[in-house]
Write a protein that binds this ligand. Sequence first.
Ligand code: PMP
Ligand code: GLN
Length: 387
Amino acid sequence: MTAIHPVYAAMAPTIFEHMSGLARAHGAINLGQGFPDAPPHPDMIEAAARALTERSNQYPPAFGVPELRDAITGFYARRQGLSLTREQVVVTSGATEGLAAALLALVNPHDEVILFQPAYDSYAPMVRRAGGVPVSVPLSPPDWRYDADRIAAAITPRTRLLMLNDPLNPAGTVASDAELAMIADVCGRHDLTAICDEVWEDVRFDGVAHRSLLAMPGMERRAIKIGSAGKIFGLTGWKVGWFCAAPDIAQALGRAHQFLTFTTPPVLQWAVAEGLARSDSWFAEQRAGWTASRRHLADALERAGFVVLPNAATWFLCVDLAASGIALDDREISERAVREAGVASIPVSALFEGDGPRHILRLCFAKDHRTLDEAVARLTAFRAALT
Ligand code: PMP
Ligand code: GLN
């Protein structure tokens, strides 16, 4: 008999895959899985097309084309004040692969890994497949703040790693400087390495420059910072990501990466390199579109009597179902709304293992305004029919 590893034996498709599949099957508006519906910026398409016809389509260097590794260090220097060298950057096939490489390289059998919940769905299974033990520290809505006592209570002599997703998907919240300092302090005192998943670093609406955990005092040899062009440019299908760490740590993680995907398509790497070198105003224009959609969905939901939780980042708004007059739990609402109302969403409880809040629904706002209006009209009629 073919014995499947227990991590995968009874595993369901991800909630994102599940909801997008249902959206396709039911012809629903897909506000579930996070991706923009706008055409990609023509500059990005032109750069990729030019690279495809004029440059190499063969294996690039395993750690990424030099132009992209340099563009990433330049981007972080300009926008986050980070001082990194090319040797500190390894290009991966999306942040998901970067996370996998980091966990495979860092986790030893029985190591405990602190995960805040809600968490991106790959974290816990990948920790387990690497032989580690996920230890969850739940965050609570509506603020989803990091609590020093809760973190301290989760730490044991076996704790080796901590995973931080900042800005936080699905909440759309951002850690404060004080929280980052507290987490850096915890890492220092307990000799922990931090994997900081910062894929949403450039999708912020609070006007504040992103501050990386890697930049906190004492973290240069303790943090692995993970990024994704998918979010920065709204090109989720390109799957160009990267990690940054101290040179020797980046090298070691790169060895894990070399036997996962080895490389990432070079033409997309060159196009992302050109994109990262664009001016602040180019990025501001892109963000203005997302800002307007965010406002549009929030206003439409609020006008219809839905209660929206505070949000400062990501492409997502979270609706408090209980406060919006819906007593059913998020999973049931999500499953019914895609079939009965033609609107796909993500139940936030799906990003918790074990107990979590069951009254929060995540909606992706990176869509055309008319699509958002239609989705809200459908959800409003759906809610009325429930009562
Ligand atoms: N981490 C988080 C928190 C995410 O939200 C996502 C994608 N939505 C990823 C990782 C994966 O990024 P990528 O598509 O580049 O693999
Ligand atoms: N992280 C994306 C989201 O939050 C989905 C990524 C995926 O489908 N694997 O929507």
